[in-house]
Write a protein that binds this ligand. Structure first.
Ligand SMILES: [Zn+2]
Length: 171
């Protein structure tokens, strides 16, 4: 499948991921999102730049954001124990979907996902699972340990991506 390169400029030092055990699915939280907009938002949070590795646009275009071999910034948590959930980021790849699949007051929302976006994401995820044989799980952001978020939203079709991770995973 084709992945569009982006020329995002990251600041600071890259950290390389030592393990890749899961894929975490996110929504952009905006009905329209571009690589540049996500990159700018994440830089504004003081991060190196876009925290997701990929963005799947509504038209089915897949964009590469943060280099795939790097640790992302997308599902860290600050739990009640006061420990940052850096582990979540350290072993996962992040795929973000353009759209806001959670109804939030005053914001536009997507009540479902179009087939071309699903299809593109399935191809991307299947490819990542082949490339990283240790991938054992595929979860929505809110299903990650310590996460307190509605991401990727109640209208996000998680079931459309079930079964893409290999069975060997369940050890
Ligand atoms: Zn998220």
């Amino acid at each position: 499948m084709k992945v569009e390169r982006t020329d995002l400029v990251f600041c600071g030092q890259a950290k390389l991921r030592k393990a890749t055990r899961g894929i975490v699915l996110h929504h952009s939280g905006m009905v329209c999102a571009t690589p540049a907009r996500i990159h700018a938002m994440h830089r504004d949070r003081g991060w190196r730049g876009a925290g997701y590795h990929y963005l799947v646009a509504k038209d089915g275009t897949v964009y590469a954001l943060r280099p795939e071999e790097e640790v992302g910034a997308h599902c860290g948590t600050h739990t009640a124990l006061g420990r940052p959930g850096y582990e979540n980021n350290r072993e996962t790849l992040a795929v973000c979907f353009e759209g806001c699949f959670e109804p939030l007051p005053g914001l536009d929302c997507d009540e479902g996902m179009e087939e071309r976006q699903i299809k593109a994401a399935r191809a991307l995820i299947a490819g990542l699972c082949r490339k990283y044989p240790d991938i054992a799980y595929l979860r929505g952001h809110g299903q990650m340990p310590g996460a307190q978020t509605s991401c990727p939203g109640r209208y996000f079709p998680l079931a459309a991506f079930a079964g893409l991770t290999p069975r060997r995973a369940e050890k």
